[in-house]
Design a binder for this molecule. Structure first.
Ligand code: NOJ
Length: 503
């Protein structure tokens, strides 16, 4: 071969190799990448009826239906953050983190849900709480609504199935925003998908409704309208505020079970029904087309007269679209979707509308309640999917975490989990150019995990719930996270880690 031809081939090979080889990262965090930890009011505060707080639907649900909570527990006292917030915030700060996520309890501020009665003790509590966060130079990330709807509103018929909820949540949000201008990042509504699916279709979260799909869709419509209305009110009435606002949208990664066309479509359908149902109206406008088509065609087949999915007016489409300054992503697992071959066309349900069956790969580690799998590159895939479908927005991961059974303080699984997941997030940032600006770990402490009671342990700190002193004991991962916050660097060289399961 003539020299010049060999040279040309060599140059071409080098060029095409460099085109194919993605930019590798060395585990360093980008300059503005922040770490944080999160909690929510009902899960940690306790003091359910103290100092003027009104009951929420969660107080009622856990009191009336202990059988629906795995260990028959409730969060009347839980880990008592109401009285121990100074210690908890100091412990958060000792992790070296910058973002402290917490939520306001609506009935601690407006005991019966209406803005006509304000509880000064509740206001004082959050004032002190936020002052403490600022004292340690952390940024308060305040969630306006994390599922604890005031019971009185619910008893008056106003919940996520009643259009009146929108004005009430805006009144409450306005008061919280005005009263706590120190909040550095606002989360308007936490996980509307989980709230609507588990609260209005499956019934395992308050208010415990087992629905035929219609209730879930109404809930989706009203949470989206609320996200839009809170955001528009915020921008209009508080133009001088600098804090960004977005909902925390849960989105898991769904892969097709096989490479058949049916399963590919099933996976896509499930992504659209779970994530797209909320991301599409907020970042593009209106429901995802496939969601509309699917629900409508099943309704027609079953000869049902009334529409099952509420229709947005053009005005609603416009005010919901763009009602987020960034994407707040809560991510917990990856699952496989398979096409559901047979479903009775006359049995109406969200599950039948989606028409998929989920499973986990046998090789994946699944936590002890069978809900969450550990698939580190799932987070990278979901980040890419979000960017591809909804545009190049800033993404703050508002929740990411893993649970264990609480039997040991040596939670190596959490250390490996955060290492591998954050390494994948760094790959998304450096190699795929997804604009992720931080990760808020869930959770700061073990606490009340909704229908899993005290059986799930998500925290960096372990608390034996039967211990009257509620002693906070650091797990091994607390030190790991502190070191990570300081070095801002991970060693990302174990793609085939041997996971220390089962957990
Ligand atoms: C999402 C919820 O926002 C949070 O409250 C819960 O503890 C975690 N998922 C873990 O299930």
């Amino acid at each position: 071969m003539a020299f010049s031809m060999r040279f040309t081939i060599l140059v071409l090979t080098i060029c095409s190799l460099s085109e194919q080889t993605p930019k590798k990262h060395n585990g360093h965090f980008p300059k503005h990448f922040l770490l944080g930890a999160g909690t929510s009011a009902y899960q940690v505060e306790g003091a359910w009826n103290l100092d003027g707080k009104g009951p929420s639907i969660w107080d009622e649900f856990a009191h009336k239906h202990p059988e629906r909570i795995i260990d028959h527990s409730n969060a009347d006292v839980t880990i008592d953050t109401y009285h121990r917030y100074k210690e908890d915030i100091a412990l958060a700060s000792s992790l070296g983190i910058k973002l402290f996520r917490f939520s306001f309890s609506w009935p601690r501020i407006f005991p019966n849900g209406y803005n006509t009665t304000i509880n000064p003790h509740g206001v004082k509590f959050y004032k002190n709480f936020i002052r403490e966060i600022l004292k340690y130079d952390m940024i308060p990330v305040g969630t306006i609504y994390h599922w604890d709807l005031p019971l009185q509103l619910y008893n008056d018929g106003i919940d996520w199935n009643h259009p009146g909820i929108v004005n009430h949540i805006v009144d409450y949000a306005r008061y919280v925003i005005k009263t706590f201008p120190e909040v550095g990042i606002w989360v308007s509504i936490n996980e509307p998908h989980t709230l609507c699916h588990l609260g209005y279709s499956i019934g395992v979260l308050a208010p415990g409704i087992k629905g035929d799909g219609k209730q879930e869709y109404m809930c989706a419509y009203l949470t989206l309208k609320s996200i839009g209305a809170i955001y528009r009110m915020y921008k209009k009435e508080f133009p001088h505020y600098k804090a960004k606002m977005a909902p925390a949208l849960d989105c898991q990664w769904i892969e097709p079970k096989s490479n058949s066309k049916e399963d590919e479509e099933a996976a896509n359908r499930q992504r659209e029904f779970k994530c797209g149902m909320y991301y599409h109206p907020i970042f593009i406008g209106d429901w995802p087309p496939i969601v509309k088509e699917r629900i409508e065609s099943r309704r027609l087949k079953a000869h049902i007269k009334e529409p099952r999915l509420p229709k947005f007016t053009p005005e609603e489409i416009e005010y919901i679209k763009g009602s987020a300054d960034f994407i707040g992503l809560n991510h917990y697992y990856t699952a496989l979707a398979e096409d559901l071959k047979e479903s009775d066309p006359n049995v109406m349900s969200y599950g039948n509308d989606v028409g998929t069956v989920n499973s986990f790969k046998p090789s994946w580690i699944v936590e002890n309640n069978g809900l969450f799998s550990i698939v580190p590159d799932g987070v990278r895939k979901v980040l890419n999917w979000i960017k591809k479908n909804y545009g190049d927005h800033e993404i703050l991961i508002t929740e990411l975490g893993v649970t264990e059974d609480g039997s040991s303080l040596n939670d190596n699984i959490r250390i490996d989990f955060f290492t591998d997941y954050i390494c994948n997030i760094l790959s998304a940032v450096y190699e795929d150019e997804v604009n992720v600006t931080g990760v808020i770990a869930w959770s700061l402490m073990d606490s009340f995990e909704w229908s899993n009671g005290y059986k799930s342990h998500f925290g960096f700190y372990n608390i034996n719930i039967t211990d009257p002193n509620k002693t906070r004991k650091p797990k091994k991962s607390a030190k790991f996270f502190r070191d990570l916050s300081q070095t801002r660097k991970l060693t990302c060289d174990k793609p085939n880690r041997d996971w220390p399961g089962p957990f």
